[in-house]
Design a protein around this ligand. Structure first.
Ligand code: UDP
Length: 464
């Protein structure tokens, strides 16, 4: 969902603002699409002129059966799907002016080269992570041993140094399949005719400038980077259970509720979930807790559970939790309408896994964050939000301990919801909220960036 949502928003904008006809290709497997995906793609707000094409289902179950959850099974599935049907689908369309791919869709380059269709990558993560990804082949060449073992932080030219303990898990072990797949896709990024990024000048001035002006990046060579964000889901379809959550929020005071949600598939271990629940309780703040059945093996557990089945939180939350927090907290199994919750005036803080969409959704609503990174590049996002952007606090993880205790959780929750620091980061988040709105308006930096690309496509050229 983290990739589909901004790609779909881009598709909608290309139709409504720039009058393109857009075909949106969706990879499918033998499993039914999860409800959240169906709601998004079948929503009544999809403009005419946007046409969804479901690629024929691929069955890679025998190839991924023994592979743990992560990037590897996803990349295998995407590769098989694109090999099977991209060429024939593109041939059936009338002269596409460009193909915009997801960052793991780089197998499209070969097909599009042959068909002379320019390929643009929509890098749905931060510009900072884009800079790191473009730098990775150089880092790989220049590093002996493991990247995580190099002394001191990783210095991407022109950007804030990245502590090695914050690096994404895919680069922790260079011999792993996870690294190989990540490296493969990132090393193909320079083949794109352009890279669209879900960011804007005021949010990430430093990495965006580095990508534009740093001679190192020009030497790679780097395709032109077009910041077009923040593109977040605007007209989220609200289900009946979603409506109940929003009417609960209607009864709360402004800025008084902490929203706790860990992305489209994040899970916690049983111990951690229990500490989180006790920490929330101790903080005495109002909260909405979106929970999933704990998973002790992987923080990505829910991505792979059969169809995102909702388990009963009473069976895994601390005994008596629901009763003790009645009226103060709302426990929601599996999924909440996040954008609508963050937009609600009663929401005053977001305890988040720091996926890039969640980050943008929070910033766009001026909601300060508590960072709880789980997987992928989320630790890098968390560090950036605290150290560079100034809209978040990060709980202290004691060295050698796997679980963050309830007292620390209570501390950060109180800090954001009622402390001085909370006021400060809320103010900063509100400033960025205003700048995001301006960036997307007619004449704003992101609006102009996308217009520039759209104009070039209409003229049959590549956007410089
Ligand atoms: N989301 C939601 N309700 C939930 C959990 C997640 O609507 O209960 C949406 C959220 O608004 C965001 C997306 O799912 O748009 C998650 O994307 P993100 O990049 O934050 O994380 P990822 O899913 O890639 O880990």
């Amino acid at each position: 969902m983290g990739h589909i949502i901004p790609l779909f928003e881009l598709a909608k904008r290309l139709v409504t603002h720039h009058h393109f006809h857009v075909s949106f290709l969706v990879i499918t497997t033998a499993d039914p699409l999860p409800a959240a995906k169906t709601n998004l793609l079948c929503s009544s707000t999809v403009p005419s002129g946007l046409h969804i094409i479901y690629l024929p289902p691929v069955d890679v179950s025998n190839l991924v059966a023994d592979i743990p959850p992560g990037l590897t099974p996803l990349c295998i599935m995407v590769q098989h799907s694109l090999k099977l049907s991209l060429r024939s689908v593109l041939l059936r369309l009338t002269r596409p002016v460009a193909l915009v791919i997801d960052l793991f869709g780089t197998d499209a380059f070969e097909v599009c080269d042959e068909l002379s269709i320019p390929v643009y990558s929509f890098f749905t993560n931060s510009a900072s992570f884009l800079a790191f990804s473009l730098y990775l082949p150089t880092l790989d060449r220049e590093t002996e041993g493991e990247i995580v073992d190099i002394p001191g932080p990783v210095q991407v030219p022109g950007c804030r140094p990245i502590h090695t303990h914050d690096l994404l898990e895919q680069v922790q072990d260079r011999k792993s399949d996870e690294y190989k797949w990540f490296f493969l896709h990132m090393s193909r990024l320079p083949k794109a005719a352009g890279i669209l990024t879900n960011s804007w000048k005021d949010l990430e001035p430093v990495p965006l400038l580095a990508l534009k002006e740093n001679p190192f990046f020009l030497n790679i060579p780097t395709p032109p980077v077009h910041p077009i964000g923040p593109l977040i889901e605007e007209d989220e379809p609200i289900t009946e259970s979603g409506k109940e959550i929003l009417s609960w929020l209607d009864k709360q005071k402004p800025d008084s509720v902490l929203f706790v949600a860990l992305g489209s598939g994040g899970t916690l271990s049983s111990k951690q979930l229990s500490e989180l629940a006790f920490g929330l309780e101790l903080s005495q703040q109002h909260f909405i807790l979106v929970t999933r059945k704990p998973n002790d093996a992987s923080a990505m557990g829910a991505f792979y559970s059969a169809g995102g089945k909702e388990d009963d939180p009473e069976t895994y939350l601390p005994e008596g939790f629901a009763k003790r927090t009645e009226g103060v907290g709302l426990v929601v199994p599996s999924w909440a309408p996040q954008v609508a919750v963050l937009r609600h005036a009663s929401t005053g803080g977001f305890f988040s896994h720091c996926g890039w969409n969640s980050t943008l959704e929070s910033v766009v609503q001026g909601v300060p964050m508590i960072t709880w990174p789980l997987y992928a590049e989320q630790k890098m996002n968390a560090a950036q939000l605290v150290e560079e952007v100034g809209v978040a606090v990060r709980p202290v993880v004691e060295l050698g301990k796997e679980v963050v205790g309830r007292e620390e959780i209570e501390r950060v929750v109180r800090l954001v919801m009622e402390g001085k620091e909370g006021k400060f980061i809320r103010q900063r988040a509100k400033e960025l909220r205003d700048s995001a709105r301006i960036a997307l308006e007619l004449g704003g930096s992101s609006f102009d960036s996308l217009t520039h690309v759209a104009k070039a496509w209409k003229l049959g050229r590549n956007a410089a």
